[in-house]
Design a protein around this ligand. Structure first.
Ligand code: UDP
Ligand code: MG
Length: 162
């Protein structure tokens, strides 16, 4: 039993998910959280913040050479962003699947962007694209003490215990 729990813990991942100002203003917070929650992922940190433009530039530093970088950073800092950390097996990759393709015109129906957004510049949600960026983004947006470690009652039903 202990070994199984340890193996299970070793497979746990955390990812950074943010509902951008358009998703917050459009009243999509509950809809989006509920998709991650119903899947079986666990919320371990959450806060509503208005990032500064400098902070947005740090968050999107990988894209600083792209033509849309300035507008993107202005937009991200234009209003409240709901910053979250979600935990679960495979949550980084599967979180991206739940979110859908960057351009909502190409996102599949059933995904968050496919169902709820129309254009790439207003695609309502951000999700880390890999283990390294997940770690960096969690550290950028949250202090260690803002991450809550707890056992969810649902865990044994989501993952099984034998
Ligand atoms: N973006 C944009 N125009 C583009 C490509 C991207 O406005 O042609 C924005 C879009 O909001 C996207 C963000 O830049 O979500 C970050 O781009 P990235 O390629 O990292 O996409 P994501 O990881 O968000 O799917
Ligand atoms: Mg990205």
């Amino acid at each position: 039993m202990l070994q199984e729990q340890e193996a299970h813990a070793a497979e746990m991942e955390r990812t950074f998910i943010a509902i951008k100002p358009d998703g917050v203003q459009r009243g999509l917070i509950a809809e989006i959280i509920s998709r991650f929650e119903r899947k079986g992922f666990k919320l371990v940190a959450i806060k509503l913040v208005v990032p500064s433009k400098e902070f947005a530039q740090k968050h999107y530093h990988d894209l600083k050479e792209r033509p849309f970088f300035n507008g993107l950073c202005e937009f991200l800092s234009s209003g409240p962003v709901l910053a979250m950390v979600w935990e679960g097996e495979g949550v980084i990759k599967y979180g991206r699947k739940l979110i859908g393709a960057t351009d909502p015109q190409k996102s599949e129906p059933g995904t968050i962007r496919g169902d709820l957004a129309v254009v790439v510049g207003r695609n309502i949600i951000h999700g880390s694209d890999g283990p390294e960026t997940a770690k960096d983004e969690i550290n950028l947006w949250f202090k260690p003490q803002e991450l809550v470690t707890y056992t969810s009652n649902a865990e044994k039903w989501v993952y099984g215990d034998n």
